[in-house]
Write a protein of this length. Sequence first.
Length: 183
Amino acid sequence: MSNILPIYTFDHPILRKKLKAVEEINAEIAELAEQMIATMHNADGIGLAANQVGKNVAMTVIDVSSYEGFEQQKTLVLINPVIEAFSDEEIPMEEGCLSLPDLRADVVRPAQVQVRFYDVEMHEQIIEADRILARVIQHEVDHLNGIYFFDHLKPIRRALLKRRLMDIKRGDVEADYPLFVGE
Ligand code: ZN
């Protein structure tokens, strides 16, 4: 069985779901984490949430090691992550999403966060993140709560993306990685 899973696109209902907390970190969860990491890397992504591969579990994978200053950052698996603190400082940064091919926009978010989660070894971890890592953590934890990055935009900015969103919803979409289009 291939480790590469198709990535679900807008407007599949699972991408609007608040995902179920993982109750037991078992072999099945560990295997899904491996598949999600392979799928993320295959798509040149830096983060992927479980609902983006059609799974209703609160788990996300993140790899920002291609970014300057994060070369030593290991690939993270975040199970049941909760962002416990946000910085007062907010900054804009351009975001994209593997579920929204060819759609990018500047999103304003807190510059730093503190996140608590379990890793696949069942260890509870707390990470304080800034720059790209803080950004991806917020984007991915949003996915686990059924939120897209464009939900953070002002209505007028979101309106500019509407045509592209409708294209994706209709399945008029291409990417260099396998997509799951439809219901
Ligand atoms: Zn995304």
